[in-house]
Design a protein around this ligand. Structure first.
Ligand SMILES: [Fe+2]
Ligand SMILES: [Fe+2]
Length: 173
């Protein structure tokens, strides 16, 4: 067999979010679990071809965004991103915030009834989760202190340290 034949397909390297319980540091486990749920939603959006399936998602996506994704974004923005910026990872933080803005904008348009935004929303959410699992969370696990990473309650604290809130956190790119 030629060497290239033995190169595993990307699906042979699942994201932690695709495997509940796959190793993540304690502070990121809950966020990673939520990524798994969001990936399932993106698969449902990708497979929605008939009118009934699209109509069902046009109803359910805004509710899921409000109850699950928006709170998830806020936890990342209040707890994880300030720490990463303080550690010097400003570019990855800016990208995360820009993608959150894009997803919020797409979700608002879906809530307003714009069906043309459903598939772009699913694709953007899938790419965002893959970026966070492969890059942002990997960076967090390599640069943030164990005192943060090894405490499972940390990412549920919306405002762990007000001094970590720097102007970059809310500025436009
Ligand atoms: Fe995010
Ligand atoms: Fe996330």
């Amino acid at each position: 067999m030629r060497a290239w034949c033995t190169i595993p397909h990307e699906r042979d390297f699942p994201l932690p979010a695709e495997v509940p319980g796959m190793k993540r540091r304690a502070a990121l486990i809950e966020l990673s679990r939520e990524h798994h749920g969001a990936l399932v939603l993106t698969q449902r959006i990708a497979k929605a071809h008939d009118t009934a399936a699209v109509a069902h998602l046009m109803d359910s996506v805004p509710a899921i965004f409000r109850s699950e994704l928006e709170p998830h974004f806020r936890i990342e923005e209040a707890s994880l991103l300030p720490r990463l910026a303080a550690a010097g990872e400003v570019e990855q933080v800016r990208r995360t915030l820009a993608e959150h803005r894009e997803l919020r904008d797409l979700a608002a348009k879906i809530a307003a009834g714009d069906r043309s935004r459903l598939k772009p929303f699913g694709a953007a959410l899938n790419a965002h989760i893959r970026f966070e699992e492969r890059e942002l969370f990997a960076t967090a696990e390599s640069v943030l202190p164990a005192a943060f990473l090894d405490h499972s309650g940390q990412t549920c604290d919306p405002d762990p340290d007000p001094t970590l809130h720097e102007p970059w956190c809310h500025e436009n790119p």
